[in-house]
Design a protein around this ligand. Structure first.
Ligand SMILES: Nc1ncnc2c1ncn2[C@@H]1O[C@H](COP(=O)(O)OP(=O)(O)OP(=O)(O)O)[C@@H](O)[C@H]1O
Length: 437
């Protein structure tokens, strides 16, 4: 839009880049033409990867990612779609999206998605750990694997020593849970305050200062300090040093190896030193799969107690699927999945494959197959010969088309705009290739 005197497009461009809403626009071919800073933060893609965005789009089949393409196809907007997912950096993100078709002189020219990042808000409202309405003790934490047993033993020692603690682990591995258990092992009288560092603005530490004044002594859990901008990390360090001379106890968490975070200038060395007198590393769930089924059992037993259900376990097929899956969102993802499954339970005692949500079936069907990310060219990975790359991309794409059409070759071929014979020929070629490798 232009005013009489000024060309407003540079202003719109500036606003688009700096606005606190994620914006992603595609043209009618699905090629990304706009992808602003906030969207890059939300989805966790680096700048170099953006050029390959259109390619990624081609392989976007997951429900949460395909709204743009759906709107492009239907020509009608979709509002208020809430999505929780694990982004490229392994961070759990919750957004609320509005997606619109874009028309110019009645002709469809693309689609645009506006995403509001409500991750922090969600956490404050949802507070999963408070869900059972009781203080978290070490004995309430599922710890069957050797690595989790070690975590509990070290956390118990940390609680006795009353030294600052640094919890290291991917999103959803149970860092906050351990922080709570340490807090409750210290004291049942004082409060614990959680500072969520993701998606924070400059006023957060001021708010924290006020909260601390109000709460008096207690425990402050600074969740994901590596997500705070460095100047705010300095501010936090100052505050932590001042407060820890009194009776305030500090626990912090980071989502990655702290040494690497320091090297990549995401974590202030001195802040790390402040917290690192006790460092506890929580392994991702895929490296301690022995914890999966015991966690499910613990979850079901709480469910029986709280809701009076009769659910007792998973059947063999579902157990095998749970075991084979990689759980990028760790126990948080498993817990959300169980929430979803149990919300539909009536009199069932055993969870069978047909009770699994569609999105999870899609993910587990993909087991061993290529993921969209595999097709993004990254600066630090070796390039494949073009022919191999295209063959792998074709394999992935055809397999997804077959999955989406229940392995019906006629339907998949129609959707792909090719003859049944052509598709069959290509699928045979893939099978032959798989047999050879
Ligand atoms: N070992 C465990 N036993 C029981 N529940 C667990 C365990 N680990 C995680 N959970 C549950 O999984 C969910 C996620 O855990 P939590 O919030 O502590 O993870 P986190 O590592 O702090 O994640 P984030 O970095 O995303 O905040 C919680 O609801 C927690 O109760």
């Amino acid at each position: 839009m232009k005013s009489d005197h000024i060309d407003l497009s540079p202003f719109y461009k500036f606003a688009g880049e700096h606005v606190a809403i994620g914006i992603h626009a595609i043209d009618t071919k699905g090629k990304t033409i706009l992808y602003n800073k906030k969207m890059r933060e939300i989805e966790g893609f680096d700048f170099e990867e953006l050029a390959d965005r259109s390619l990624l789009e081609m392989f976007r089949f997951d429900q949460h990612e395909s709204t743009l393409l759906k709107v492009l196809q239907s020509g009608t907007p979709v509002f208020n779609v809430k999505q929780t997912y694990w982004n490229r950096k392994g961070q759990e993100i919750t957004t609320i999206n509005d997606t619109y078709p874009v028309f110019e002189e009645r002709k469809l020219i693309g689609a645009i998605e506006l995403s509001r990042d409500v991750t922090t808000l969600e956490k404050v409202i949802y507070q999963p750990l408070k869900k059972y309405g009781e203080p978290i003790t070490f004995s309430a934490i599922t710890a069957v694997s050797k690595s989790m047993k070690k975590v509990i033993a070290t956390a118990e020692k940390a609680a006795m020593a009353k030294l600052p603690v640094l919890l290291v682990g991917e999103s959803g591995t149970g860092k906050e849970l351990i922080a709570e258990a340490i807090h409750w092992a210290h004291t049942s009288e004082r409060q614990m305050y959680t500072l969520y560092c993701h998606g924070t603005d400059g006023t957060l530490l001021d708010q924290l200062g006020e909260e601390i004044e109000q709460m008096g002594d207690g425990t402050i859990y600074c969740e994901r300090i590596d997500l705070l901008p460095l100047p705010m990390q300095e501010q936090l360090l100052k505050m932590a040093e001042e407060r820890s001379r009194g009776n305030t106890y500090f626990i912090a968490s980071v989502g990655d190896d702290p040494v690497e975070l320091i090297a990549s200038h995401k974590l202030l060395k001195d802040l790390y030193y402040f917290f690192s007198s006790m460092t506890i590393k929580l392994d991702p769930l895929r490296h301690r799969k022995e914890d999966i089924l015991p966690f499910v059992e613990d979850y079901f037993s709480r469910h029986r107690m709280m809701v009076g259900s009769v659910v007792h376990g998973l059947d063999k097929e579902v157990s095998a699927l749970f075991h084979a899956y990689d759980w990028p969102g760790n126990l948080k993802e498993l817990e959300l999945l169980l929430d979803e499954i149990t919300s539909l339970l009536t009199t069932q005692e055993v969870v069978t494959a047909d009770m699994l949500p569609h999105h999870f079936k899609l993910k587990t069907d993909l087991k061993g197959a290529h993921q969209p990310e595999d097709f993004i060219v990254q600066s630090n990975t070796e390039l494949l010969p073009l022919e191999d790359y295209l063959f792998e991309a074709e394999m992935y794409y055809l397999q997804k088309a077959m999955d989406l059409h229940g392995n019906n070759v006629t339907k998949a071929a129609a959707a792909l705009g090719m003859s049944r014979q052509n598709l069959q020929y290509r699928l045979r070629k893939i099978k032959k290739n798989e047999a050879q490798t």
